[in-house]
Design a protein around this ligand. Structure first.
Ligand code: SAM
Length: 267
């Protein structure tokens, strides 16, 4: 269903390594397009950049993680950010340590890191984690000082959040959860990209479901848990939050366990 395609001969070793990680096939550079079209989608490898592209006519745009893109810069000033910052508590302390337990394409994580938070990004899907890793490496190697600085506050930990070691959880102030890909979004382009990801990713059967994730988060020794939900969605697992922040299409349910303490020395 998915093949890894190196754009030039120099990308071949990396393509083979990624194919091994994803337990799929790597094609040769300059493979006959008719052979490529036999796959539903391809992961294109070109230097530091990787992109997921659906094959065939009328395919949506490639899915990639580019924190320096115009879209991400626009998102910095987006309507939900103020609520996201308030929900997490950045006004109470700017250098919060946040675990984004459902990192996805890292958009919310980036916004939080831009606000000054130190963000640990956890992502359980290997393909999504690879896209995220490539985006982080590109940002760290960028000429843009702002982008480099923000990305140094982001650390990726691939794997299931509910299996994180106590070591990685130590010192975390806030757990942020956005467990479901949105069904409806403002932008048709974004919607198509998400639809592609949903089709390529394996079924979530047998893995921790959003309710399990919330229960796990509530058991951790953190000051608060923030859960992003579609605006009108029912309470997850029937758990009543301490308070909610309502946006136009989404809301943040905030579960406060204790006050956010001032940063201790070393944080
Ligand atoms: C809706 S997306 C998150 C989007 C993200 N907030 C953003 O701004 O790009 C949800 C992601 O959480 C991941 N996920 C779900 N449950 C997880 C878990 N238990 N541990 C780690 N990642 C998980 C999914 O694989 C998916 O990539």
């Amino acid at each position: 269903m998915l093949a890894v395609v190196p754009v030039s001969p120099g990308d071949q070793p990396k393509a083979q390594r990624l194919a091994q990680e994803l337990q799929t096939v790597a094609l040769e550079p300059a493979t006959d397009p008719r052979r490529i079209e036999q796959f539903f989608s391809v992961l294109l490898v070109s230097g530091h950049r990787i992109a997921l592209q659906q094959c065939g006519r009328n395919a949506p745009g490639a899915v990639t993680v580019d924190f320096g893109s115009a879209g991400m810069r626009h998102r910095r000033r987006g309507g939900n950010n103020e609520d996201l910052g308030k929900a997490v508590g950045v006004k109470k302390r700017s250098n919060l340590r946040v675990l984004d337990a459902t990192a996805g394409l890292g958009r919310d994580s980036f916004v939080l890191a831009d606000m000054g938070c130190a963000v640990t990004l956890c992502e359980r899907e290997p393909l999504v984690a690879l896209l995220l890793q490539a985006g982080l490496e590109a940002a760290r190697g960028s000429d843009d000082e702002w982008l480099r600085m923000v990305s140094t506050r982001m650390q990726l930990v691939p794997g299931d959040a509910t299996e994180l070691s106590a070591n990685l959880l130590e010192g975390i102030d806030v757990i942020y959860l956005d467990p479901m890909f949105p069904q409806r979004t403002q932008s048709a382009a974004v919607k198509k990209e998400m639809a592609l990801l949903q089709r390529v990713l394996p079924s979530t059967e047998g893995v921790a479901q959003p309710e399990t994730l919330l229960r796990w988060a509530l058991e951790q020794s953190v000051a608060r848990i923030v859960l992003k939900r579609p605006r009108k969605a029912p309470l997850l697992d029937d758990r009543k939050p301490s308070h909610s922040l309502q946006g136009k299409s989404i809301r943040f349910d905030v579960f406060v366990k204790r006050a956010l303490e001032p940063a201790s020395a070393g944080h």
